[in-house]
Design a protein around this ligand. Structure first.
Ligand code: UDP
Length: 481
């Protein structure tokens, strides 16, 4: 009897945070665009920002769907509907959240047994997946959402005994000597978590990386050859699949600003004149820190778009100095809530990005060819800052030196307006140093675009992964999710 060849079916288990959901959704779209069936497993609240994207993909004939699982918020003492990392505001909530994430294991197992996909792409935070994947002989691929640089640095950090009293030390024995202050490393609880979860990573089939080879070649090589991890660089995933305005504008969330208004506003500005200021989907600043940023932006005289994270329930969180919004009218655009980041970054008027160095933001800024002002806050962000400022030399550091110990309200130090204003002027002026940095950033942007062309390094690596999975695919399995 002839062997029936089925469509490749891939399951995705993104971590329940927008910074993980967004690139994972892009990756799922990539698989579906190549003829695979992509099933994203998540909770109802986390799915909300993605339904229109999935509908559009399905309308274009791509086989992609979301399967919902129930998040046990109330069982762990979290408010009903608190299902995503960005809703957490205290350490106690984080601990409860992680307990709830571990309780998802049973539902995940049931789905895997029922549908038996050909491959699982899961966040490291679902370590139980590796056992069930091994039992069912399904390749289990991990997606951390980190850069190669951060993957290497994190691996070094969790496997070495770093004296807690040391001021600074060399992180890696690589072509670039990375000498980082101890205070910039993630806190012990975070490193302990990574250490525990590393076991499942080592047993996994491989690691997907949202990066491109030319961006960090020595770290890609180190990760593969020294850290001995099988990996595929398939980024920038935002460039791979968000080609039109609607995809860029509705990535992850409905924006709190009309995208056409935003584009018109940018159209009225000179090329490379606008600074985009945004700190991702999680980071919150205290009211005094917001005031320092506001004063610095105003004093700099540089046109800006500033995204301030807030929610309808909590407008107090984004209170700005009195009269500020009137004074900056025309010069600055403030978005409270969610902005269409990729759409904004890709506009020719945008010439700089003040960022918390979340990896998605870095990779999106690099894709757009803009230089950065770096203000990392936690997790892998200090590593990303190091890559941007020391290795790639496309960013100016604000010099923030203490990784979050808990939540931003408890941050002990403020970054003062004078430092912010100085960095803004330095990056956005037409001085020699800024121009050289801008040139380098533009080259990286061109290389990012080349990487996602048909014969680009990321497309080829993605093809190789698809071929490998197809070759492994066992015939005559049913798949009906
Ligand atoms: N993002 C966005 N609009 C916003 C804030 C964030 O589109 O107003 C997107 C951004 O483009 C990126 C993701 O959310 O894809 C944030 O991920 P990142 O790794 O930069 O930071 P995190 O939110 O994980 O700290």
């Amino acid at each position: 009897m002839a062997t029936e060849v089925h469509q490749l079916h891939v399951f995705f288990f993104p971590f329940l945070a927008r910074g993980h959901m967004i690139p994972t959704m892009d990756i799922a779209r990539l698989f579906a665009a190549r003829g695979a069936k992509s099933t994203i497993i998540t909770t109802a609240r986390n799915a909300t920002g993605f339904t229109s994207t999935v509908d559009r993909e399905r309308f274009s004939g791509h086989d992609i769907n979301i399967k919902l699982i129930r998040f046990p918020s109330t069982e762990v003492g979290l408010p009903e509907g608190c299902e995503s990392f960005h809703s957490l505001t205290t350490m106690e909530m984080l601990q409860a959240f992680l307990r709830a994430v571990s309780m998802l294991q049973t539902q995940i197992e049931e789905l895997l047994v029922e549908y038996h996909p050909d491959c699982i792409v899961a966040d490291m935070c679902f370590p139980g997946v590796s056992d069930i994947a091994a039992k069912l002989e399904i390749p289990h691929i991990i997606f951390h959402g980190w850069s190669y640089f951060a993957l290497c640095a994190m691996d070094f950090t969790v496997t070495k005994d770093i004296p807690s009293d040391s001021e600074s030390f060399v992180v890696l024995d690589l072509p670039d000597e990375i000498n980082m202050k101890r205070s910039k490393f993630p806190p012990d609880y975070y490193l302990e978590l990574v250490r525990q979860l590393r076991e499942s990573e080592l047993r996994s089939y491989g690691v997907l990386v949202n990066s491109y080879y030319a961006l960090e070649p020595s770290y890609a090589e180190y990760y593969k050859n020294v850290a001995k991890r099988k990996s595929w660089h398939i980024g920038p995933v935002s460039l791979m699949c968000n080609k039109n305005t609607i995809d860029k504008a509705q990535r992850g969330e409905r924006a709190n600003i009309d995208e056409q208004y935003c584009l018109n506003w940018l159209d009225g500005k000179k090329p490379n004149s606008v600074l985009y200021v945004s700190f991702g989907s999680v980071a919150l600043f205290s009211i005094p820190q917001l005031a320092e940023i506001a004063m610095a932006l105003e004093a700099s005289g540089v046109p800006f778009i500033w995204v301030i994270k807030s929610s309808k329930e909590d407008e107090e969180r984004c209170r700005l100095p009195q009269g500020f919004e009137d004074r900056i009218e025309g010069k600055g655009l403030i978005v409270k809530g969610w902005a269409p980041q990729v759409l904004i970054l890709d506009h020719p008027a945008v010439g700089g990005f003040m960022t918390h160095c979340g990896w998605n933001s870095i990779v999106e800024g690099v894709s757009a060819g803009v230089p950065f002002i770096t203000w990392p806050l936690f997790a892998d962000q200090f590593f990303n800052e190091e890559l941007v400022t020391t290795v790639l030399r496309v960013g100016i550091s604000l010099g923030f030196e203490v990784c979050w110990t808990s939540w931003p309200e408890e941050m002990v130090s403020l970054v003062k307006r004078e430092s912010i204003e100085m960095a803004v002027n330095q990056l956005m002026c037409s001085g020699e140093e800024a121009l050289v940095m801008r040139k380098r950033a533009e080259e990286l942007g061109q290389r990012a675009k080349a990487a996602v062309e048909n014969n680009g390094s990321s497309s080829l690596d993605f093809n190789a992964l698809m071929e490998e999975l197809m070759a492994r695919k066992r015939p005559l399995k049913s798949s009906t999710a």
